[in-house]
Write a protein that binds this ligand. Structure first.
Ligand code: NAD
Ligand code: LMR
Length: 385
């Protein structure tokens, strides 16, 4: 990265960087500012009044787009009583396919779909956008790593950030799905200085849901009985699926698996399976995950805008303000609570279980590995920032 380039930091956290954290002093300031922002947030007001919300989707005719658009129109993004206006964009060569998708959407006669606009012009797509789902980009094929897409897709996210800055509403929420999603979100965020940095997020919800699904099958419990699981870091094979605080039906997961086997299971079975699940799907299906990715994109964005069930938490890639020792400005996946149209990173004090020392070390090691990988990615795209 060029020495002069300073990555954006999220507001309001960094506004109080000099406040002490002891006795919740800093947190109270952050909460007060958040409450103020919420009271003035036009998106939340629209949601309250059930006025149509403008959702823009890139890559509308692609694999994920084809699944995503119908579910947004069906009320699965913002609720069964919330009207939406969808605007979808495609590259010129795929525009005809998008026209076909639009015809199918019309044929569903979705009552919540107030308006549908399709285009091959990004400016038109993002005009007045309030929620941007950035899917349009190349997927990886067999044998590739997500980072192999960095240069090709990075250019797309630079342009998208610039167009968002010119055309979208200043309070627009942006979910980046296209890979490598952390670094793409970083690029887009740095090209949209008029939008809030904290409104750029990268989707690690698919990894989170995969991990919940794995643990549910392992323990033979329903997925909603698996709580306090987290994905840390990068949406790559380095990500850290964290079971330190995970409860299954209210008890520590290791009690169900058996203390003796628990560490071995986590390190040698659970962790590599979650880390390589995307690659495994490509190997078996011949294409990258699509319906499950669309589902995760809906859940990520819905919970962000409407709130998530607590005291459980979710995983989201967000612009770091230095939390957990991650360099400020990197887009890093953390466990978060979602409320009032925003999110709050889980802190050490929020953990229901007392960390056992070796587990803390294990977590710190993996967080650091992810930091190093994301710093290397940032350096690879220095000229795009
Ligand atoms: P796809 O190739 O089926 O569809 C992508 C679509 O985007 C294509 O139709 C293409 O024409 C369009 N497109 C490309 N550049 C565009 C641009 N600049 N503007 C508008 N449209 C553009 O791919 P897919 O399977 O839908 O995957 C899309 C992206 O999502 C890939 O980068 C993939 O790796 C990523 N992905 C991420 C996750 C995650 O968990 N974060 C999960 C699955 C897939
Ligand atoms: C996934 O996790 O399924 C996606 O990121 C697609 C991929 O390239 O693995």
């Amino acid at each position: 990265m060029s020495a002069a380039k300073v990555l954006r930091r999220p507001v309001p956290g960094s506004a109080f960087s000099w406040y002490p954290t002891m006795m919740g002093i800093k947190q109270r300031q952050v909460d007060a500012l958040n409450a103020q922002l919420t009271a003035q947030d036009p998106l939340l007001q629209k949601l309250q009044k059930k006025q149509p919300v403008r959702v823009s989707v890139t890559g509308g005719a692609g694999n994920i787009g084809y699944s995503l658009l119908f579910r947004i129109a069906n009320g699965e993004l913002l609720g069964p009583d919330q009207p939406v206006e969808i605007s979808a964009v495609e590259l010129p060569h795929a525009y005809q396919a998008l026209q076909g998708v639009a015809m199918e959407l019309e044929d569903c006669a979705f009552p919540l779909l107030e308006k549908l606009n399709i285009t091959d012009n990004a400016e038109e797509c993002f005009d007045g956008c309030e929620i941007a789902l950035l899917v349009g980009s190349k997927p990886r094929g067999p044998g590739m790593e997500r980072a192999d897409l960095m240069r090709d897709n990075g250019v797309i996210f630079k342009e998208t950030g610039q167009v968002l800055n010119r055309m979208a509403e200043k309070y627009c929420r942006v979910t980046v799905v296209g890979n490598p999603c952390n670094t793409n979100a970083l690029i887009a965020c740095n090209h949209a200085p008029d939008l809030q940095a904290r409104n750029f997020t990268a989707m690690t919800r698919l990894d989170h849901d995969r991990a919940i699904g794995f643990m549910a099958r392992k323990t033979m419990l329903p997925p909603n009985e698996i709580n306090h699981l987290a994905i840390w870091g990068n949406h790559s094979a380095t990500m850290f699926p964290d079971l330190s605080d995970t409860l299954c039906h209210g008890v520590p997961w290791s009690e169900l698996i058996g203390e003796f086997r628990a560490e071995r299971y986590w390190r040698h079975e659970f962790l590599p399976k979650i880390q390589s699940r995307g690659a495994r799907i490509i190997q078996v299906r011949g294409k990258s995950s699509a319906a499950s990715a669309a589902n995760a994109c809906l859940s990520h964005t819905r919970d962000w805008c409407l709130g998530s069930p607590q005291p459980d938490w979710l995983s989201m890639g967000v612009v770091s303000d230095g939390e957990w020792g991650v360099p400020a400005g990197l887009v890093f996946s953390y466990p978060v609570y979602c409320e009032n149209g925003g999110y709050k990173i889980v802190t050490d004090e929020d953990h229901p279980n007392n960390d056992w020392h070796t587990r803390t070390e294990f977590k710190r090691y993996h967080i650091e590995r992810n930091v190093q990988e994301l710093l290397a990615e940032r350096d690879m795209v220095a000229d795009l920032l």
